[in-house]
Design a binder for this molecule. Structure first.
Ligand SMILES: NC(=O)c1ccc[n+]([C@@H]2O[C@H](COP(=O)([O-])OP(=O)(O)OC[C@H]3O[C@@H](n4cnc5c(N)ncnc54)[C@H](O)[C@@H]3O)[C@@H](O)[C@H]2O)c1
Ligand SMILES: [Zn+2]
Length: 314
């Protein structure tokens, strides 16, 4: 990430100006933007795969606000945001959008991403699900699994405050600080492993000594998902990570237990959430008070205190 670039995936606001060619969106509309930018007319956008738009980041598939390798677009942690292809990308918010702003803003990234993880893993009513990572994405994945009627949602992490939030959702929190996570998941699933698994950590996953071990969660998923089970990976893995200590990781490679994975007949779905495919139906759930994703908010600060917020976050 080049210094000086603007971050910000969670974009929501009031339209103050519209460009040429924008017909639907009007000044004064309150809108929420998917973190990925789509054109609406390419072969992937047409199929609902707007996270892999072929137009907005030429030579690649997928553009996003304030993200490495995803085009020149500035993020929304700023006073103003420019939205390309406004008619396609803006989700018009309903009348209660001002009072429920902290709920609707979750539609820009983590709520659809958590939901995408359930889709990638094929979660169905009655399934048992194991989720690695209790960050915002893992918690939203747990929330989405509950929405889909999962019978058992297990969330593995080492951060106690986050595990408590998972418990508040009705999930089974598994504290892996001492390394007993795998055993616990197997105990809870009669030794078979969960029907579905979700990776919500990414290549920065750590061992208990807080050292980065990028293949850790993927291999734990192979161990703790049942034979024929499906794994959804929304945690980010990169094609290269020049700063990694691990030689393989520098080139974006993992020592993956492929033999075990193959032998168990498992399958994997990966990638960016196609936010456009989910944000409208999820907004209806907010509008009709079926869900309240703002339960995740711990602090509300003005933009001027962003540096302090980042320190706290770290
Ligand atoms: N696919 C997408 O479209 C998409 C969208 C948004 C975010 N993401 C990615 O999702 C991932 C999670 O995002 P976040 O905001 O929740 O991140 P976060 O850093 O806030 O949370 C990650 C959590 O994983 C835990 N963790 C670390 N090592 C672990 C291990 N070995 N086992 C279990 N838990 C472990 C950490 O303690 C932390 O609580 C990131 O890689 C992020 O970039 C993907
Ligand atoms: Zn497109």
């Amino acid at each position: 990430m080049a210094p000086g670039r603007m971050l910000g995936h969670e974009n929501l606001g009031v339209v103050i100006e519209v460009g040429r060619g924008v017909d639907r969106i009007k000044v004064g509309d309150r809108v929420c933007l998917p973190f990925n930018i789509g054109c609406g007319f390419c072969a992937n956008c047409e199929r609902g795969l707007s996270g892999y738009c072929l137009t907005v980041n030429p030579g690649s598939a997928g553009g996003a606000y304030g993200f490495v390798g995803m085009g020149p677009y500035s993020g929304g942690q700023a006073d103003y945001l420019r939205v390309p292809y406004g008619d396609f990308n803006c989700l018009m918010l309903p009348r209660d959008s001002e009072e429920k702003e902290s709920d609707y803003v979750m539609l820009s990234d983590i709520f659809p991403t958590g939901y995408h993880a359930t889709e990638l893993a094929g979660v169905q009513a009655g399934d048992s699900v194991v989720i690695y990572g209790a960050g915002p994405v893992g918690l939203m994945a747990a929330y989405s699994a509950a929405l889909k009627g999962a019978s058992q949602v297990m969330v593995v992490d080492t951060q106690k405050d986050r595990l408590q939030l998972a418990e508040k959702l009705g999930a089974i929190a598994i504290d892996d600080t001492e390394g007993g996570g795998i055993k616990r998941v197997l105990e809870l699933t009669g030794g078979k492993g969960a029907d579905r698994g979700r990776e919500c950590v990414g290549y920065q996953c750590c061992n208990r000594h807080r050292e980065e071990v990028p293949n850790l969660t993927m291999n734990k998923l192979v161990q703790t998902v049942k034979a024929t089970g499906r794994i959804g990976v929304v945690g980010v893995f990169l094609p290269e990570n020049p700063q990694a200590k691990d030689k393989l990781a520098r080139r974006g490679r993992l020592a993956f237990d492929f033999g075990q994975f193959w032998f168990k007949g498992q399958s994997i779905g990966t990638g960016q959430a196609n936010v456009k495919a989910y944000n409208r139906p999820l907004s209806k759930l907010i509008e009709h008070d079926k869900v309240k994703p703002s339960w995740i908010v711990s602090h509300e600060l003005p933009l001027s205190r962003a540096p302090e917020a980042y320190e706290k976050f770290d």
